[in-house]
Design a protein around this ligand. Structure first.
Ligand SMILES: C[S@@+](CC[C@H](N)C(=O)[O-])C[C@H]1O[C@@H](n2cnc3c(N)ncnc32)[C@H](O)[C@@H]1O
Length: 205
């Protein structure tokens, strides 16, 4: 589900970028560990592309493929990532079916989700795709918004999100396990509103 205008303004904002850079990225790195050398990474729901920049600069990925369902967001991300030509590629795709862009299973050393899966009604299908495209032992870094937040009046009034099958932190972590992704570390913050962490694909997948 695409963002409405208010959420688009919140996401395209220096405050959002500061949180991503100074809080989320360092915490994800602590929870999931560093990327391997020459890592090839996928970011789902890249929005305006700031996360992909962090994946290249702060996590040290060799290259990143970033996708978003919204062509307008993909255009913004392409502009932001233009200086990284050759190391960054941006596509328009639904995270629940990446088969056109990523036909090969086991393509990536890591997949990043900066707050996108709670936008997807059939979000378990996105987890299945994450598990499919990760190499054996690859790591899924996630920052997610739970039902506790989405059910709050401020979220219901200001933003648009799927109404059905919203998840708690525990339900999200359990779903990772059900898709063969072993949680290495996680942290639930702000009274259960957000869950951040890292989960590893089976080595013998
Ligand atoms: C809350 S924004 C997060 C953007 C960015 N990751 C960030 O943290 O700033 C959610 C993004 O997910 C995208 N999105 C929603 N549903 C999607 C789907 N099924 N597949 C891929 N992207 C999706 C939206 O277009 C939006 O850019």
């Amino acid at each position: 589900m695409l963002m409405n205008r208010i959420e688009t303004a919140v996401i395209n904002n220096p405050a959002r970028r500061a949180v991503q850079r100074w809080y989320e990225a360092p915490l994800l790195q602590r929870l999931g560990g560093p990327l391997p050398e020459r890592a090839r990474v996928l970011e789902i729901g890249c929005g305006p592309g700031y996360g992909a920049r962090l994946i290249l600069d702060a996590f040290g990925a060799a290259r990143v493929d970033a996708v978003d369902l919204d062509p307008a967001m993909a255009r913004r991300a392409r502009r932001r990532l233009a200086p990284y030509a050759g190391r960054a590629r941006v596509g328009v795709s639904d995270a629940t079916d990446l088969s056109a862009l990523v036909p090969e299973n086991g393509t990536y050393d890591a997949v990043f989700d900066f707050g996108i899966i709670h936008h997807i009604p059939n979000w378990r299908d996105a987890l299945a795709e994450v598990a499919r495209v990760l190499k054996p032992g690859g790591v899924f870094y996630f920052e997610e918004v739970t039902r506790h937040a989405l059910d709050r009046a401020v979220y219901r009034i200001l933003f648009d999100h799927p109404e059905q099958d919203r998840f708690t932190d525990t339900e999200f972590l359990d779903a990772l396990g059900a898709h063969g992704l072993h949680v290495r570390g996680h942290r639930t913050i702000v009274f259960g509103d957000f869950v951040l962490g890292a989960a590893q694909a089976r080595l013998n997948a």
